[in-house]
Design a protein. Structure first.
Length: 551
């Protein structure tokens, strides 16, 4: 029967059938929870190994294309997501966190080199083991691309995939095990760590807090609110003023009076300076808005105004309202008049209720415009990423030039585009739902292809010495994690921040999911996002270097 040929003969159709089966089984497998741990999307890899072991007939060329394209989609979507906070992540503790995460990456690399030299492990195998031990999929893709270009041997590429698959399981377990070891070694109490973190400045930026200032500084009496806005730029954003038992939104030429209570938002690290410049500070509470004043959250979808600064748009000059916060790509931004507003930003506006609807209409707030896919910028970004990834650059000591490849090139371009937001009239906004879809589809396709390719010889490899690969992977996983985690704790980092650091340094979502289950605060996710971009870039580059050094 023609139908049965789909399962017995290799070809495009049969390959797609097995890819689909792998995706379905893998996703279901990833949802199974054991000891509060789920494999997540990693289940697709193991489903692919199983189906490949059972004799799936696939076309190697189709698998290769799907794997590379899936990798591009995955890294590009990640770059767009973390790009907006990449620069801000280097502020405050971000530099230290990135230094620690970089230490984990470099230590793992040198341990892999040592294992290669001591035990004479083939370079293709040790590279796969290193990528699996640190659960880094783009690194594997970059390494396999170099092996294909420099060695031209498909079997070596499969060996790299098998090394990755063998080391991957403990890569996940090792991160969680390290978290547990540090927790009990230092006697960490989760509730105390969560309490100490709450309200403090995070590793990326200070949390915005609603506050009010009672004007007691005589030097401000008679000054205009325009002067106050300029004086407190970057420290405090005015939403409204309480005077003579009533709230109002001040115009720029209005004068400050003794006893005015100015409401707005700031971050905790600015509190002392604000009290010196203005007067007594009190926390307001998020929803203390009533009477003729109101608050709305508006999604900015006015494409004609996208990219313009708050000053250029001039909302406060046209209406008695103020923009008090900007929410962009998971970040909460304190607005400044020089800040641009990008398509897809969510704005918190506070002002007179009668004007709020007019402001909403001006800004857009159209879910139809927001949900329309922005396709052209995606392909422009991927095109630029592939071109940049193909540029060779020489590294002293390497026998062949390295490239950013199909993993590093799109990632670098996406980080840049995510940070910029727009170039000219072209914006690179992607809705969170669309970004998540592309990312999940990309990683599923990549892991399915790796599993199907490596599954054929996986069991025989384990039986014939592959268990040693597992041991090598354990060393690459656990040693750097333990060393850096201890150093981070001795440096007085919050334990939950350390958990996010470890998960981000290994670019591992299942580990982050476990870390987040410890306490419902943002410390883990913030640290993860802070170190992720740099770590991803380093892992892609070092995976190639490991192959090239031992050509």
């Amino acid at each position: 029967m023609e139908f049965l040929k789909l399962f017995t003969q290799s070809g495009t159709a049969s390959t797609l059938v097995f890819l689909s089966l792998t995706g379905i089984i893998g996703i279901l497998l990833g949802k199974i929870k054991i000891f509060n741990i789920k494999l997540g999307i990693s289940g697709v890899l193991f489903a692919g190994l199983l189906i490949g072991h059972l004799g799936a007939t696939t076309d190697a060329n189709v698998l290769h294309f799907v794997k590379e394209f899936g990798l591009i989609l995955f890294v590009y979507s990640i770059g767009l997501e973390v790009g907006p906070r990449f620069i801000s992540s280097l502020k405050s503790d971000g530099l230290q966190l990135n230094a620690l995460a970089g230490g984990i990456v470099v230590l793992g690399f040198f341990i892999a080199v040592a294992i290669k030299l001591i035990f004479d492990v083939p370079s293709a195998v040790i590279t796969g083991i290193m990528c699996g031990a640190v659960t880094n999929t783009p690194g594997l893709g970059a390494a396999q691309q170099v092996i294909t270009e420099q060695m031209g041997n498909p079997e070596l590429t499969e060996l790299t995939g098998m090394g990755y698959a063998v080391a991957y399981p403990f890569g996940i377990i090792g991160i969680i095990l390290t978290m547990l070891i540090i927790r009990y070694f230092f006697g960490v109490k989760i509730k105390e760590e969560a309490k100490s973190y709450s309200g403090k400045v995070s590793g990326v930026s200070g949390k915005l807090i609603a506050v009010n200032l009672t004007v007691t500084n005589q030097a401000l009496f008679g000054k205009s609110f325009a002067f106050l806005k300029e004086t407190l730029a970057g420290e405090f954003v005015i939403s409204r003023v309480f005077r003579e038992k009533d709230f109002f939104v001040p115009e720029e030429e209005d004068q400050i009076q003794d006893g005015d209570v100015i409401y707005g938002v700031s971050s905790r690290k600015k509190f002392n300076a604000l009290e010196l410049k203005v007067g007594k500070l009190h926390k307001t509470g998020e929803l203390n808005i009533s009477g003729r004043m109101g608050m709305r959250h508006v999604v900015f979808t006015n494409k004609k105004m996208a990219g313009k600064t708050i000053k250029e748009i001039g909302i406060s000059r046209q209406y008695p309202v103020n923009i008090t916060r900007i929410f962009r790509a998971g970040n909460e931004i304190m607005p400044h008049e020089k800040d641009s507003i990008e398509f897809g930003d969510t704005l918190r506006i506070v002002g007179e209720r009668k004007s709020l609807n007019d402001v909403v209409n001006l800004l857009g707030n159209s879910m139809k415009d927001l949900s329309h896919p922005n396709i052209i910028p995606v392909f422009i970004g991927i095109l630029a990423g592939v071109l940049i990834g193909s540029i060779p650059f020489a590294i002293p000591g390497l026998p062949a030039p390295a490239k950013l490849g199909l993993a590093g090139g799109p990632l670098l371009v996406a980080l840049f585009l995510g940070h910029k937001g727009r170039i000219g009239k072209l914006d690179f906004y992607m809705t969170p739902g669309a970004n998540l879809f592309i990312r999940e589809l990309g990683i599923i396709l990549f892991l399915a292809c790796v599993g199907l390719s490596a599954g054929k010889h996986f069991v025989s490899t384990i039986v014939n010495g592959g268990y040693l690969w597992m041991a090598y992977g354990v060393a690459i996983t656990i040693i750097p994690l333990i060393i850096i985690a201890v150093i981070a704790r001795l440096l007085k980092f919050n334990y939950l921040t350390i958990c996010g650091l470890l998960s981000g340094a290994m670019t591992d979502p299942p580990a982050l999911e476990y870390a987040n289950s410890l306490s419902p605060i943002q410390a883990q996710s913030t640290a993860y996002a802070t170190v992720y971009p740099l770590v991803m870039f380093l892992r892609v580059l070092l995976a190639q270097i490991l192959v090239l050094v031992f050509l």
